[in-house]
Every structure is written in structure tokens, then in C-alpha cells.
Design a binder for this molecule. Structure first.
Ligand SMILES: [Zn+2]
Ligand SMILES: [Zn+2]
Length: 178
């Protein structure tokens, strides 16, 4: 997603794209590293306008990925969605000293050079931050038993019970003996 700087006006321009993840080398690299598999196109909506001495880009990006749960190893799909605002400043005038950047709180400001801005690298970077580092098929996933390996979401196993009831065994024996 590129725009000529001269074509960016105060009234925001909208850009929409829908591309397979494979069209983005950075996403392809993530997929090849085995972190996730993209199972839907990457939809990006960008609204770009001029503001004072910088360019403001608001983006919404979404896709769907297939992940492997880090606890129970099951395959599942998850929608990813991110919205963000990025400011682009001309490299010559941009906030190059740290003081200015620090005062801008969480806002990302990126210097640009030349008369064209390619928004793609930032769009892709924003999407990558949404990929869960430790995917969970669901919040309360019980995972696999550490000793016998059964999926504790599906079934229970005796080893878990044994470990759990160990400290109560004395009490249990006492009751049984009576
Ligand atoms: Zn799970
Ligand atoms: Zn077990």
C-alpha cells in the first residue's frame, strides 16, 4: 500500500486491500517458521491524511490464522484484528531527537524520505504483533497430563488424581480403616 506524498491531502484518503498472506514476505517468514498458518486473506483498510507537518495513517488489519495450542497441542483457528495509528514525518524535519519522541506517548512516528510512502511494512509489523506468542485454544485449556500425555480437556487420567490426592491419602486411609 503506497501513496504519493503529494496526493495526501487533509481530507483523508482511503486505501483498501485484500491479499493472501503469502503476498507479504514477512508473513510468509512467520508461517515458514511454524508460528502460525494464515488461512484467510489479509484485509487492510487504511485512512491517510495530512495533519500539520506530518501524515497520519489509521489502519485496521485483520486475518485468520491456524495455531497450535501451547498447552494441549490441538489445532485451532483464531481471528486476528488490529487497529492502529501511525504518524509519518519527513526524515529531514522528523522527530529525530529522543526528547520529542518521548513526549509523544505511545504514538509511533516513522520518518519517510522521497515522495512516496509505502505503508506495507508497518501494516505487516502491526499484524505480526497480534500473533499470540503462546497460543491457547481457550483461556481455560487444561493442557496435557505431564506424566501420561492425555488431553485433560477430553478425559481425565489416574496419574493426575494420584498426584492430587497424595497429601490426603493419610486421611483417606484413616477413614477406610475405621
Ligand atoms: Zn488447548
Ligand atoms: Zn495422566
Amino acid at each position: 500500500m503506497k501513496l504519493q506524498v503529494g496526493a495526501i491531502k487533509e481530507k483523508a484518503t482511503s486505501l483498501v486491500s485484500e491479499e493472501p498472506a503469502e503476498a507479504y514476505p514477512a508473513l510468509l517468514a512467520v508461517q515458514e517458521a511454524g508460528e502460525c498458518r494464515f488461512v484467510a486473506p489479509v484485509t487492510a483498510r487504511l485512512s491517510v491524511g495530512k495533519e500539520y507537518d506530518h501524515i497520519r495513517a489509521h489502519g485496521e488489519v485483520s486475518t485468520t490464522v491456524a495455531l497450535v495450542c501451547s498447552r494441549c497441542l490441538v489445532d485451532f483457528t483464531q481471528e486476528l484484528h488490529t487497529s492502529f495509528t501511525i504518524f509519518y514525518s519527513p526524515a529531514s524535519v522528523g522527530p529525530q531527537d529522543e526528547e520529542v519522541e518521548l513526549s509523544e506517548e505511545d504514538l509511533v512516528s516513522i520518518p519517510y524520505e522521497g515522495d512516496e510512502i509505502d505503508f506495507t511494512p508497518e501494516i505487516v509489523a502491526q499484524l505480526i504483533t497480534e500473533i499470540p506468542y503462546k497460543p491457547l485454544c481457550r483461556e481455560e485449556c487444561k493442557g496435557l497430563c505431564a506424566s501420561c500425555g492425555v488431553d485433560l480437556n477430553v478425559t481425565e487420567c489416574t496419574c493426575e488424581k494420584d498426584a492430587f490426592s497424595l497429601k490426603f491419602s493419610a486421611l483417606k486411609d484413616f477413614k477406610v480403616d475405621k
